[in-house]
Write a protein that binds this ligand. Structure first.
Ligand SMILES: *[C@@H]1O[C@H](CO)[C@@H](O)[C@H](O)[C@H]1NC(C)=O
Ligand SMILES: *[C@@H]1O[C@H](CO)[C@@H](O)[C@H](O)[C@H]1NC(C)=O
Ligand SMILES: *[C@@H]1O[C@H](CO)[C@@H](O)[C@H](O)[C@H]1NC(C)=O
Ligand SMILES: *[C@@H]1O[C@H](CO)[C@@H](O)[C@H](O)[C@H]1NC(C)=O
Length: 361
């Protein structure tokens, strides 16, 4: 049959040999940024060796993991991004953050809390579809990010709600069969919004209300996807933002029955670590970039900062789940301030403790 096809359609054969090619013994058949043939010759199967390399080996493929999977959809800025490309390799048991291979490309250059919570501190198989983007603000029209190409929280949520081929998994496609019961949504954002606006004149409380109003309408869209200055001045702005955040979390919870919320206060964690870095295994609070440092990078020369802030870290989901709104915020007068993996390891454990007994961690 194959030969008669050849005979009848010689030009098609010329055009399509690659489609019919199969990978020979021990040839590569999968891997990060491998776009070649994936079918092995008869008698061989594609065996996972690493996130970068799978090869054709003799025998029959072992059964793939078919146990329960939980889904996590993180949104946010550089503290959260692992540079997940939503249209490329999706999470698997081997690489629960999908792509790039664990720990991904993070703000600090190493593992971050998303990686730790999916691959190291996880107490369940949890696949993370990480929409976070470095530098993100809530709404780029309200607070411009450092580059116009940065995907704001609005952009990230729209990507999630959009078509599958553009990286939107809200429709629960076959590839990503999440449900109200097993999906967790999280947002860690705020640093870029406050960093880029706290010094503006006008009624700061009113602006905090605008930002939080937008933030929670985005949370409402995610729920809907399920179906049914001077340091002192800065502290005032941040304290006000945080207390309004708590109020919004409470009304968000009240308006969505069955939603559970957790508030993780990263400010306390940062403060405790920075007050006594060596107790947490760090060298000190001022050096950066080297092994043992808390900070991966920070431009201290231009810092007029206050450790008084709160960033939002919000989890939502539905029915029995979620809405974690944590807060944290660190405010610095520099655009770039990122943490070493060791700091994220502490956050991850802290969050896992907070959410102990939940499905995910
Ligand atoms: C994401 O992956 C797709 C291939 O699936 C590729 O075409 C696209 O360029 C990637 N996007 C980025 C931003 O790397
Ligand atoms: C944690 O995640 C990894 C990677 O998906 C998985 O192999 C492992 O079984 C998970 N741990 C638990 C306790 O479920
Ligand atoms: C973002 O902010 C701009 C300026 O206030 C506003 O016009 C726009 O509606 C906001 N976008 C969303 C999706 O809320
Ligand atoms: C500033 O905004 C807050 C929150 O909207 C409002 O309660 C307060 O009255 C405003 N203050 C002034 C002076 O307009």
């Amino acid at each position: 049959m194959f030969f008669s096809l050849l005979t009848l359609l010689p030009t098609l054969l010329l055009a399509a040999p690659a489609v019919r090619a199969q990978v020979g013994a021990y040839g590569q058949c999968a891997g990060y940024e491998y776009f070649g043939e994936t079918n092995c010759v008869s008698g061989y199967y594609c065996s996972y060796e690493s996130d970068y390399f799978s090869q054709c080996v003799p025998g029959t493929a072992p059964p793939v993991y078919s146990g329960p999977v939980n889904y996590w959809f993180p949104f946010g800025d550089s503290y959260t991004t692992t540079s997940f490309n939503t249209t490329y390799l999706l999470p698997t048991i081997h690489n629960p953050i999908g792509n790039p291979p664990f720990p991904g490309y993070t703000g600090g250059g190493g593992e971050n809390y998303v990686g730790y919570l999916t691959e190291v501190d996880n107490t369940s198989v949890t696949f993370a579809y990480n929409y976070a983007y470095g530098g993100a603000t809530i709404n780029a029209s309200l607070v411009a990010p450092y580059l116009p190409t940065v995907l704001s929280l609005i952009d990230q949520v729209n990507e999630f709600l959009g078509p599958v081929e553009d990286g939107g998994y809200a429709s629960k496609p076959a590839s990503t069969p999440w449900t109200s019961e097993n999906a967790l949504f999280s947002v860690w954002i705020g640093i870029n919004d406050l960093a880029g606006s706290y010094y503006e004149s006008g009624n700061r409380s009113a602006f905090a209300e605008v930002l939080l109003g937008e933030y929670f309408s985005l949370m409402q869209e995610l729920i809907a996807a399920e179906g049914p200055a001077a340091q002192q001045a800065l502290q005032v702005v941040l304290g006000d933002f945080n207390s309004r955040l708590a109020t919004h979390v409470a009304s968000f919870k009240a308006a969505n029955s069955g939603v559970k919320t957790w508030i993780w206060d990263a400010y306390t964690v940062f403060t405790n670590i920075l007050a006594d870095p060596t107790a947490y295994g760090f060298v000190d609070a001022t050096s950066y970039g080297n092994t043992g440092d808390f900070w991966a990078y920070v431009d201290f020369s231009s810092i007029v900062w206050a450790l008084q802030a709160d960033v939002v870290w919000c989890y939502i989901a539905t029915i029995s789940i979620q809405a974690v709104c944590g807060t944290t915020f660190l405010r610095f007068d520099v655009e770039l301030i990122v943490l070493q993996a060791a700091a994220h390891a502490i956050f991850a454990k802290d969050i896992a403790t907070l959410m102990a007994g939940s499905l995910w961690f």
